[in-house]
Design a protein around this ligand. Structure first.
Ligand code: URA
Length: 228
């Protein structure tokens, strides 16, 4: 299988507000990290969010999935991928014989970034800025160090560019194994919300098949590594 070589993107401008590094506890287990992150103010996103949405799953998971940031429902529930995109994700996991209890799921940014809808009460998701991703990054790095997954799977361009470099293109490189210091197996695929935006049911079905195929590769690879 052709592999891409990625370097952790070190071209991030220094965040004038700093980042969350100073908040990382000593002996950082997932539960200690979650507690410390609950009061994170390393960027300004905490101001409009209900709470920090930290990663979730067994610290012994072999697979870590990384999304962009919590959405509206995740912000209210305090848990990642529990809204509509999470349902698509769960469906795809089930198709490859995995469930949430076996994997660790997190986001590059731990607070919901949103703007009010022009009319009504809806909160519209807003893509995080590079400085916000940079501010939040120590949490993700600490999660990866604590879980030590066999596979890191980026869901969508924001996660993939944060972890594999700004030039990373999901269109060109989805489903390709990436050489990364983060885990023995690293890969990026589409964000499940993109499947929800498909134009019609045929294209939704086809995009779901491709997403499931990417996840199947991950499931097979981690089973293989476990057997080795
Ligand atoms: N989208 C994400 O990237 N993460 C979530 O937790 C929910 C939606």
């Amino acid at each position: 299988m052709k592999r891409l070589v990625s370097k952790i993107d070190s071209s991030a401008p220094v965040n004038p507000d700093g980042n969350a590094a100073a908040l990382i506890p000593s002996r950082p287990t997932i539960s200690r990290l979650r507690e410390a992150a609950s009061v994170c103010k390393a960027c300004t996103l905490w101001k409009n969010a209900t709470q920090t949405v930290f990663g979730e799953g067994s610290p012994a998971s072999r697979i870590m999935f990384v999304g962009e940031q919590p959405g509206d429902q995740e912000d209210r529930a305090g848990r990642p991928f529990v809204g509509p995109a999470g349902k698509v994700f769960d469906e795809a996991l089930a198709e490859v014989g995995l469930d949430r209890a076996q994997v660790y799921v997190t986001n590059v940014v731990k607070h919901f970034k949103w703007v009010p809808a022009p009319r009504g009460k809806r909160r519209i998701h807003k893509k995080p800025r590079y400085s916000e991703i940079h501010a939040c990054r120590p949490w993700l790095e600490a999660e990866i160090s604590a879980v030590k997954p066999q596979a890191v799977v980026c869901l969508g361009a924001t996660a993939a560019q944060a972890l594999f470099g700004k030039q990373f293109s999901i269109t060109r490189h989805r489903g390709q194994r990436i050489d990364s210091p983060l885990a023995p197996f690293a890969i990026a695929t589409v964000h499940p919300s993109s499947i929800l935006r498909a134009q019609d049911s045929e294209s939704r079905h086809q995009q779901m098949r491709a997403f499931v195929n990417d996840l199947r590769q991950v499931a097979l690879q981690t089973t293989k590594n476990q057997a080795a």
